[in-house]
Design a protein around this ligand. Sequence first.
Ligand code: FMN
Length: 475
Amino acid sequence: MTRDRRQLKLGYSAWPYGRHISSWRLPGVPTDNEFNPRHYRASIQAAERGIFDIYFIGSQLSTGVEPVAPGEPVSDRQTWINETMIKPDGLTLAAYLAGVSDRIGIVATINSSYANPYDTAREAATIDHFSGGRFGINVVMGRSDAAARNYSMDQHLDNEQRFDRGVEWTEAIIELWGSWDPDWRIADKASGRFVDPTKVRRIDHKGRYFSIEGPSNVPASPQGRLPIIHAGTSERSFDYGAKYCDARYTPFDGDQKAYYDDQKARASAYGRDPDDYLMLPGVTFYPAETVAEAQAVFRRVQDAAFKPYDAKRVGVTIGVDVEGVDPGAKVGDVVDLAEIQIADRRGGNWEFHGAGLSLATGAQVIERAFHGYGTTDVTLADLDRFITNGPLLQPPVVGDATSIAEWVEEQFEERRLDGVVVMPPYMPWGLDAFVDIVVPELQRRGLTKTEYTTATLREHLGLPSPSEPPKPAGV
Ligand SMILES: Cc1cc2nc3c(=O)[nH]c(=O)nc-3n(C[C@H](O)[C@H](O)[C@H](O)COP(=O)(O)O)c2cc1C
């Protein structure tokens, strides 16, 4: 396979302040970014400067905030920001972003457990029209009972139900996107014929969850069938992705190679070319001109943590009871490190333990903390700050241009990923640093594009264009 065909994909995952929950406390990080157009415009333009393929928007449908009863004291917990508390509507944000960018693809996350397929098909196709074919959706099924309570339900659907609904929802949307042929427009002023009615059809979808006559009233958008991305963790999720999706947004798994191979094999089993189903893990990068500088930034970010030290949290994460142990004690004096390979320049032992999708093991967490801090001289308090502040399923990759590009290249060449979704620890620094420090080195190695040579998101991702109006896959 030529490099032309397989090129590393670059995505940016949008967070108002950064992937770390304490990022807003760092000097220079504005504290009003959630709905600040300047923030979003600057970030999408930075991603375009790095010739990124995807600007990725997550979704949450409830706040997770614990209200305070009248007269009750306010606890620290109730004043903390959390990942879900404030979330702009993804489709609306995507429409705004489409207007302030030119080339990059945009993906918004939609929760198929609540969204109506006729609405989503129209909304997504509309953004695809307005962006010139740069839009795609990330389908999630959600897991939150709090979200369910915002949608007239007591509980979230169980795993089987949410995927039964999600599958039908997806098939209906694909049918609606295909309900107009691209050459539907006649617009002949002389005859007065505007539409060729033979190019438009009802879908007459009747299923367990939805009954939709169609056609859509948003005719064929530039991509026709928009790229569908998916994120999830269950068997049903793996099957859904392999069958319907163009890319999978994943954690960087404990055994990433096994995860990658397993997902690709599932796509092959559906008769698909596994290269048409991309694995895109989220990774938190700390790039600087020197490794030492990058490690200093890493420490600064961890030190911004606002949750007080919690021995229980550390104990649960590393599997060793540290209640009553001095938080200033060195991790190496408390746990047996004999089995752990200490980080080398690039973060060392990426041969993670465990199979399948699981939370990072204690050894992995310690190893990632050692790598980030750049030393084994890490206290329990340091470790706790890393645990509470950091995305454990997305390992930090801390280094200079060469060491980070080497790490990415190794993962790509060894087929552990097809691209990375950059989750900056804090904004705007994390994205700018990646674009200005790492991207030139990735480009020098021929891993990523040096300019946009394609127009649509589907083309950016190197995905085949559906040659005929899409039909639901046979069940
Ligand atoms: C990497 C990743 C990112 C995710 N992002 C979101 C998100 O932005 N919003 C959301 O509601 N769920 C998100 N999810 C969770 C999914 O809603 C959920 O895992 C999935 O759709 C269905 O459930 P499953 O985990 O049982 O397969 C994400 C999951 C993963 C693994």
